[in-house]
Write a protein that binds this ligand. Structure first.
Ligand SMILES: *[C@@H]1O[C@H](CO)[C@@H](O)[C@H](O)[C@H]1NC(C)=O
Ligand SMILES: *[C@@H]1O[C@H](CO)[C@@H](O)[C@H](O)[C@H]1NC(C)=O
Length: 343
């Protein structure tokens, strides 16, 4: 029986009923399928329906898409009910995913939560900030977490509605400025700074952060006087295996070129099979992931920050992230000899 094989190999599943194990596997697996296939599936379906008697459905949806085009730039459309789905709690328990608070984030100001690493598909970030499974709303009362992602994803039919219901917004400047200019304080935009490029380094046991030349988030924080908060997810890189290519290989060049054109990186990754940990498949490995939210760095507001100011806060931020990593790494299974690598 597949369940017992998973049981043997995954400590997190031990001592749970077979039903709970199945729900957890389903929770973790549906996330992967949704992220990879939901967008292409509904895009093809919409095109296909155009050539069937149900064509009116596609046309109506396109009208909706046109009318609703700007919503991802205007705070999105969250649905508390979906963020509260129990499938997300099963996904959380599968790894398990934890959220650790190290400092108060008072809701009398706004925050830029810059999160690292991206991993292959940001399992822990979704769980902690797009669902309330780890009680974000109780840990940080008054904050409104809003994960941001590639603007292009909001062109994909149905998928865009699904991710917006979970509180995702576009990572465009317009969208970020909109959120941080709301009269209601306590806005917390979550940005995966390394983005798709960092996904190319999501190798188990490694901690590469693409940050040296990424300064837009510091400029954003300065423009709005929002505090910068470093966030690090230990274990996020361990849930899939990744085929990496040397920096000077043609495969790497293809990945980087594709990323420049499309915004995301094609990568070859695998997890375990659905029914056996010894085969390969798309189910992530059940490895604990812990997202640690660091201390806020206060940033003054200046409407047109100079390069010196940006560099100053960027350097402060890099030091704070490094400190966060060093302070917590050994509690979450990272050897003392491992350090962050900044790219
Ligand atoms: C979330 O679900 C719990 C029970 O699972 C319920 O008590 C709570 O009211 C729900 N919250 C929202 C916002 O729907
Ligand atoms: C979230 O809060 C509820 C109610 O306070 C508690 O029962 C539950 O154990 C908490 N969950 C986590 C993951 O801390």
């Amino acid at each position: 029986m597949g369940g017992s094989q998973v049981l043997q190999s995954s400590p997190s599943l031990q001592g749970k009923t077979l039903q709970k194990q199945a729900l957890e596997v389903a929770g973790a697996f549906q996330y992967v399928l949704t992220i990879i296939f939901m967008g292409p599936f509904f895009t093809l379906l919409m095109v296909y329906l155009l050539f069937t008697p149900l064509w009116a459905f596609s046309v109506l949806y396109l009208v909706w898409l046109y009318l609703d085009w700007d919503t991802p730039n205007r705070g999105g459309r969250r649905c508390m009910w979906m963020r509260n789905w129990s499938i997300w709690k099963h996904q959380r328990d599968y790894f398990p995913i934890k959220l650790v608070k190290t400092a108060e984030l008072p809701p009398d100001r706004n925050y830029v939560l810059s999160s690292h690493p991206h991993g292959i598909m940001a399992n822990s970030i979704f769980c902690n900030f797009c669902t309330d499974s780890n009680n974000f709303s109780q840990l940080f009362p008054g904050l409104r977490p809003q994960l941001t992602t590639l603007a292009g994803l909001f062109c994909l039919p149905i998928y865009r509605e699904y991710i917006m219901f979970h509180g995702l917004c576009s990572v465009s400047r317009k969208s970020l400025d909109f959120i941080l200019s709301q009269p209601q304080l306590g806005q917390a935009v979550v940005i995966l700074i390394g983005g798709a490029k960092e996904a190319l380094y999501a190798v188990p046991g490694e901690h590469h952060v693409v940050l040296r030349r990424r300064k837009g988030f510091v400029r954003l924080a300065l423009r709005h006087g929002a505090s910068l908060v470093p966030v690090y997810s230990f274990g996020e890189n361990d849930v899939f295996k990744l085929k990496t290519f040397a920096e000077d290989s043609w495969q790497h060049l293809c990945q980087v070129t594709f990323k420049k054109l499309m915004g995301f990186s094609p990568c070859i990754f695998w997890g375990q099979g659905l029914f056996s940990a010894n085969s390969w498949g798309l189910l992530p490995f059940a490895v604990p992931i812990t997202t640690v939210v660091g201390h806020p760095i206060p940033v003054p507001q200046c409407l047109s920050p100079t390069e010196e100011q940006v560099d100053h806060y960027h350097a402060l931020y890099m030091r704070a992230l490094e400190q966060l990593f060093e302070d917590h790494k050994e509690s979450y299974g990272v050897p003392a000899s491992t350090h962050l690598t900044f790219l």
